[in-house]
Design a protein around this ligand. Structure first.
Ligand code: GLA
Length: 366
């Protein structure tokens, strides 16, 4: 019997991509699409889970779960139990549950963080494990990194757990200090349009790990703890210490951090005018310096911009997924239509286009 139902949202990062694991700045919003999990404890030591979207159920004993022992969606779900037990010191217990999710997989909207965060919120309550929200986000991240083997940063789980409705979550990823910034762009006549390219994402984890390694190695060569510590001036002066590729990777991180700070300042000051160009500059940097975009994403960005979007960029890790476009409401339909025709004209699948608004983080819903 379920003892409760918990929901955790996916996210759209407004700006600040590939900065989280460089101790930098991020600015995600949670979206109104959720992983929902109904959970109850069991008297024995088994974990039994069903997903409404996945064919294979999970049926393992508690002690079987750990790094490398469980694969597929179960790694995110049961992996949270493993990580929560370590973080909280709670002995835990077997449990069972059913999960469903409206966060599309492979769309760059953090379906896995939504799943992990829903389990983390639910299990923490079932086990009476009192963790603060950041510690809970770390539990979901640890499951993803250590049990599922995906070397992600902490942004997605923080967004899924900590976001507030109507606000973006500004995080300094070094100190983990947070600030909820009012981000009701709809009130200024601007829609957040998501253009989800339907191309399958390929080799994301390996290429993501490569980018992390390149950033770490650039920081080492520059003699800093993380690329967060470098200004554009300093980077240019020290350019001779980096090969061309690591220089470009570092330049993306350095300029992206500056764009997040500018974006936050504009949001705080109620100035919507400059937000679009920051977004577009972020895309160009992710495309040219960080090299994580794809032809589908670039085509969607150009289609949105040439139809009057204020700005557009790929979101998430890249190598596929979605584009975020800032669309004046009066022409949002036209921008969506342009993306829908432009991608097939270039030989790509037609995208799924929808709007999002800043939603709240994970919570108990039943
Ligand atoms: C993925 C990771 C995040 C972050 C983004 C890129 O979503 O899970 O930690 O690194 O990519 O900004």
């Amino acid at each position: 019997m379920p003892e409760g139902v918990w929901a955790a949202p996916g996210r759209v990062n407004l700006i600040g991509e590939h900065t989280d694991y460089n101790d930098g700045f991020v600015l995600p919003i949670a979206i109104d699409r959720h992983a929902v999990v109904a959970l109850g404890t069991r008297p024995d030591d088994r974990i039994r889970l069903w997903s409404l979207e996945e064919a294979d159920p999970v049926d393992v004993s508690f002690d079987e779960v750990g790094p490398g022992t469980i694969h597929g969606w179960g790694a995110y779900a049961a992996g949270v139990a493993w990580a929560l037990r370590r973080a909280s010191g709670s002995p835990g217990s077997g449990f069972e549950g059913v999960v469903t999710s409206s966060v599309p997989i492979g769309a760059g909207l953090s379906s896995s963080a939504a799943l992990g965060s829903a389990f983390a919120s639910g299990l923490a309550e079932l086990w009476d494990a009192h963790l603060d929200p950041i510690a809970l986000a770390r539990v979901a991240q640890r499951a993803e990194v250590e049990v599922a083997g995906v070397p992600c940063g902490l942004m997605d789980q923080m967004a899924s757990i900590l976001c507030r409705s109507g606000h973006a979550l500004f995080v300094d990823m070094r100190t983990l200090s947070i600030d909820h910034i009012p981000a009701d762009l709809t009130a200024t006549g601007v829609e957040l349009l998501i253009i989800r390219t339907m191309a399958p994402r390929r080799l994301v984890e390996g290429r993501y790990a490569d980018r992390r390694a390149e950033c770490d190695s650039a920081a080492l060569a520059l003699g800093v703890d993380a690329l967060r510590d470098v200004s554009l001036d300093r980077l240019e002066r020290a350019a001779g210490r980096l090969d061309a590729r690591r220089y470009r990777r570092a330049r993306h991180v350095v300029t992206e951090n500056a764009r997040v700070l500018a974006f936050v300042q504009d949001l705080r000051g109620g100035r919507a005018d400059g937000l679009g160009s920051l977004l577009t500059a972020s895309h160009r940097s992710l495309r040219d310096d960080f090299e994580v975009s794809t032809p589908e994403l670039d085509t969607a960005v150009e289609a949105a911009l040439s139809t009057g979007a204020l700005g557009a960029r790929m979101i998430g890790a890249g190598f596929g997924g979605s584009v975020l476009a800032l669309a004046p409401r009066t022409i949002a339909g036209r921008i969506a239509a342009a993306a829908t025709t432009s991608l097939p004209e270039h030989g790509f699948a037609a995208p799924d286009v929808f709007t999002v608004t800043p939603a709240g983080g994970s919570r108990r819903v039943g």
